[in-house]
Design a protein around this ligand. Structure first.
Ligand code: HEM
Length: 104
């Protein structure tokens, strides 16, 4: 099992817009071999910066299937508009990927 997470810092006032982008997207994840689950996660709000942490969280059968998706037309299409909405983000997203060592 491989877990891919991309963390986003969202500026105050843009939380609903950010969530709606994900709600209204044309997702093709379900057609990708090895795809298991997707969650959009909302984390803590930082009371000093007023920003909120989110993460996109996908679970794949293994790292190879994730890499195939990253190199696919579907990934490219899903990110055509990812560079827009600059005022929404408090910085670049932060990617982290994990191979499961133990699953219980
Ligand atoms: C390795 C890096 C990345 C991973 C693993 C990742 C993961 C994902 C996933 C799982 C989706 C949903 C695709 C679907 O449902 O078909 C998605 C879409 C999206 N990603 Fe990424 N992403 C990455 C890089 C980025 C970057 C650099 C940005 C820059 C802001 C970004 C912003 C977005 C946005 C805004 C969407 C929604 C697209 C839309 O419908 O407009 N992602 N990403």
């Amino acid at each position: 099992m491989y877990i891919a997470m991309n963390r986003f810092i969202i500026n105050e006032g843009h939380e609903d817009d950010f969530e709606n982008i994900w709600r209204n997207r044309d997702s093709t994840l379900k057609e990708m071999p090895g795809f298991q689950t997707f969650h959009l996660l909302k984390g803590a709000r930082n009371e000093e910066t007023k920003q909120t942490l989110y993460a996109s969280h996908t679970v794949w059968e293994d790292h190879e299937h994730f890499v195939s998706w990253i190199n696919s037309e579907q990934f490219k299409n899903a990110h055509k508009k990812a560079g827009s909405n600059k005022g929404m983000y408090g910085g670049h997203p932060n990617f982290e990927g994990f191979d499961a060592v133990l699953s219980e």
